[in-house]
Ligand binder design. Sequence first.
Ligand SMILES: [Zn+2]
Ligand SMILES: [Zn+2]
Length: 270
Amino acid sequence: MKYKYLSDSHTHSKCSFDGNDSVAMMCEKATNMGMYSLTVTDHCECNDYFKENLRESVFSSVIEIIKARALYNSRLRVYIGIELGQPNQDIDACRDALSLTDYDFVLGSLHNLKGEKDFYYLDYTPETVPSLLERYFDEMLDIVKMNNFDSLAHMTYPLRYICVKPGCKVNLKNYSEKIDEILELLIKNQKAIEINTSGLRQKIGKILPDESVIKRFRELGGKYVTLGSDAHRWGDIGSGIETGLDILNKCGFTHFTVFEKREPHLLPIL
Ligand SMILES: [Zn+2]
Ligand SMILES: [Zn+2]
């Protein structure tokens, strides 16, 4: 292990609809890797929360994390997280999910636009991509304005699916004003941005967001960056985190951030 405080702040257990393994298995893997901390952030898709009774799965996740935390107590810091998807699309769902326990960490994310399916399922053509991305950044800004999360997860998530379609190249410079607006508000609100390393093991082959966005975050005065593998199975816990730390360091940061009881803790990249 190259880094002393290796921490994965974005992971899913089988309490997520698309997760596979128990929290205990995930902790086992993290412990075997000599990790410093593991935050479990099961999905809470706010737009489906009441319709699909997601309170039950969110609550199961919290219980599983609390049990694993007791079990791994002396070997690993286990944090209670949640990934709030589309918080802008159902404010009551957000409030309800956030009232279920005292979380250590809340991720804010956007997997689908209002009235649309997850970006994973959409068809992309060079003609439709620009308006989808405009809408994506607009809704993301709405989420940042809500200010009820700690770190903004996988910004530019749609690129995971767009950039691998033939002819669908995206130049982020075309969206730089909107991206700056999002970054500036995050910084003003003392929030973190996430380096999501899932792209490193997918076809896109890069972190989300791009290194250029992380650099810009720093230029604008950003301080807090969390790192997450977005693992959906135990074998992916910690995957790409060291590469993420290399990139963060290259962007001029000397520290990364882990949240405990919703407070940012800066840990040195060493
Ligand atoms: Zn996500
Ligand atoms: Zn996730």
